[in-house]
Write a protein that binds this ligand. Structure first.
Ligand SMILES: Cc1ncc(COP(=O)(O)O)c(C=O)c1O
Length: 403
């Protein structure tokens, strides 16, 4: 591993914004699984229950109007955050739901071809495998999607869709998504980005990236669980098959005569997760209050510091190559045969360190590399160098077990 410059940066401590850390020394290194929630998100949800509490888009009383206004204002915030229009943002249940909406919406069948990468979470693999023919692209030596190979693959075997992650939830490597979407378009394919891991870490602008669809989960970007979103390019909406049918999606229904709403409403049948969307809006306000620059600098500091410190710990190593653009996510493997689930339990019980162990819903990547799962360290804005120091101390204590 190359030597890294680890000058200490002065960063404001946001740990106090997260009630999970009140009066304790917990070390939470599982943010790729789900991020903790700041007090402002919890308060926004409670305020909704206290002051609005009604359904959206249905009734005319003042509380329903307030609910609708708060709900739609979250859609606007998310649109600004992603660089698109509000009518291109569809609220879903999570990233998985967003991807399934596209798999269904494109009416993919056995005759269709979709290209994915070897890095895909099961959520961006099974929706395609269950419907159509899937080809897996290749990675380069940095652990990023090999662009030349992708281009030649699409030239030889045209696809309807290229569906790849913006960053891997296992390796943390950020993919060259602008170029991937450009190649897809040039070869006549649509592009879908699974941005579950990146939104909230790096700036994501759908127009600049040039993707057709982008899926995200609210809970990984400090919002509540049960809310996700899909960016669906406006000019593609009319051709999409409906995913679900029910209340709130029509202009008129009479006998067999149905006229559907245009825009997000058509894809949001039934009462939506109103408090979830409002909480997600508060999460975006929180991220905006810190500033994207701060978040990225903080990530880089954690990333570099972790890499400089892990080198000194014996019998454990980072499982996959680290690309030049990399989130603070590290899959660690022991050199010995110890059960990593057991190691994670010791880290939790003895040191109050929470991290993920296993395959992280990414079995093909691990199995094809001959790796039987990993201890995944994933950090976010409430983590500090102190957390990394404590983890290193714990892993050093366990060095013999890892051998
Ligand atoms: C890259 C990636 N895609 C999709 C998902 C699925 O997210 P959710 O379970 O919130 O739908 C995850 C969750 O870990 C992920 O990391």
């Amino acid at each position: 591993m190359q030597a890294l410059d680890v000058k200490c940066m002065v960063l404001p401590d946001v740990r106090n914004d997260f009630p999970f850390f009140r009066d304790n020394q917990r070390i939470y290194l599982d943010s790729s699984s789900t991020a903790l929630k700041p007090a402002s998100v919890m308060n926004a949800i409670t305020d909704f229950y206290l002051h609005a509490g009604s359904n959206v888009g249905r009734s005319n009383h003042q509380y329903a109007q307030l609910s609708t206004q708060l709900f739609e204002s979250s859609r606007n915030k998310l649109a600004c955050f992603l660089g698109c229009s509000a009518d291109e943002v569809i609220f879903t249940a999570n990233c998985t739901d967003s991807i399934n909406l596209i798999a269904h919406g494109l009416a993919l069948g056995e005759g269709d071809h979709v290209v994915v990468s070897p890095l895909e979470h099961h959520s961006n693999l099974l929706p395609w495998l269950s419907r159509c023919r899937v080809t897996v692209a290749r990675l380069d030596d940095n652990g990023c999607i090999d662009l030349d190979y992708l281009d030649s693959l699409l030239a030889a075997d045209p696809a309807r869709l290229v569906a790849v992650c913006h960053a891997s939830n296992v390796t943390g490597n950020v993919q060259p998504v602008g170029q991937i979407c450009q190649i897809a378009r040039a070869r006549g394919a649509l592009s879908l980005l699974d941005a579950a891991q990146t939104v909230g870490h790096v700036s994501v602008n759908v127009e600049q990236i040039g993707c057709d669809f982008l899926a995200l989960s609210g809970h990984k970007m400090f919002g509540p669980s049960g809310i996700g979103a899909l960016y669906l390019r406006r000019d593609l909406q009319a051709s999409m098959q409906n995913y679900r049918y029910g209340g709130g999606m029509v202009n008129k229904v009479q006998q067999g005569d149905v006229s559907y709403q245009s825009g997000p409403g058509r894809f949001e049948a039934g009462t939506p997760n109103i408090e979830g969307a409002i909480g997600l809006g508060a999460a975006i306000d929180y991220l905006n209050s810190l500033g994207g620059q701060w978040v990225q600098e903080h990530d880089q500091d954690l990333e570099r510091y972790f890499r400089s410190q892990i080198q000194a710990v014996r019998n454990i190593e980072v499982a996959f190559p680290i690309a030049p653009q990399h989130l603070p996510i590290f899959p660690l493997v022991a050199v010995g045969k110890v059960d990593i689930g057991f190691v994670s339990r010791i880290l939790s019980d003895r040191y109050d360190i929470a991290l993920s162990s296993g395959y992280q819903c990414n079995q093909p990547l691990y199995r094809n590399s001959g790796i039987n799962g990993a201890l995944r360290v994933s950090m976010h804005l409430y983590n500090s160098r102190k957390d990394i120091d404590t983890l290193m101390m714990a892993l050093t204590d366990l060095q013999d077990l890892l051998a």
